[in-house]
Write a protein that binds this ligand. Structure first.
Ligand code: GTP
Length: 170
């Protein structure tokens, strides 16, 4: 077969932060105003074309509800990259995101590529988490930072392609 090199990507974050919405926007080009909460985890795969060649991203979209927390290590262990998402209109989701960062940095693969993602930037009038605070946190913890909207598609392709390019260079 003519198989692409592949990399495992995990998406973590509080329930409702927009994990599934970001993946569906990227993989299918869709957005659902009433996206259902994920149960357990969901798997998606997408082949990306880069200058370096193609890369297949195997994407694990985890469930943010607390009762699924104990499943998360199965998905982030062995992952080459992680996206930790929060909702800019929800301060608790930023607190939760920082906890995910600490957990994955302690338990995940050393040298993992990690992005902190501020989602729902289309809801700027309801913003509860300042960008400077998040950017500073990202900088201090060695993460890349990106602002996205799964609804408008702002920065969604950029996010996944940035990760793929970083992995392809690694
Ligand atoms: P869990 O599966 O429970 O962990 O949630 P999740 O992080 O996968 O969130 P999900 O993608 O299900 O989105 C939760 C809600 O937020 C849905 O109603 C989405 O339509 C909405 N949503 C997601 N992303 C955005 C966004 O960028 N902007 C706006 N306005 N709404 C969004």
């Amino acid at each position: 077969g003519n198989k692409s090199p592949q990399a495992k990507l995990v998406i973590l974050g509080d329930m409702g932060a927009g994990k599934t919405s970001l993946v569906l926007r990227f993989v299918k080009g869709h957005f659902n105003e009433y996206q259902e909460s994920t149960i357990g985890a969901a798997f998606f795969t997408q082949v990306l074309s880069l200058n370096e060649g193609t890369l297949r991203l195997d994407i694990w979209d985890t469930a943010g509800q607390e009762r699924y927390h104990s499943l998360a290590p199965m998905y982030y262990r062995g992952a080459a990259a992680a996206i930790v998402v929060y909702d800019i209109t929800n301060k608790d989701s930023f607190v939760r995101a920082k906890k995910w960062v600490q957990e994955v940095q302690n338990q995940g693969k050393p040298g993992m590529v990690m992005f902190l993602v501020a989602n729902k930037v289309d809801l700027a009038d309801k913003r509860a988490v300042g960008n400077e605070e998040a950017e500073q946190y990202a900088r201090e913890n060695g993460l890349s930072f990106m602002e996205t909207s799964a609804k408008t598609a702002e920065n969604v392709n950029e996010l996944f392609y940035d990760i793929a390019r970083t992995l392809a260079k690694a």
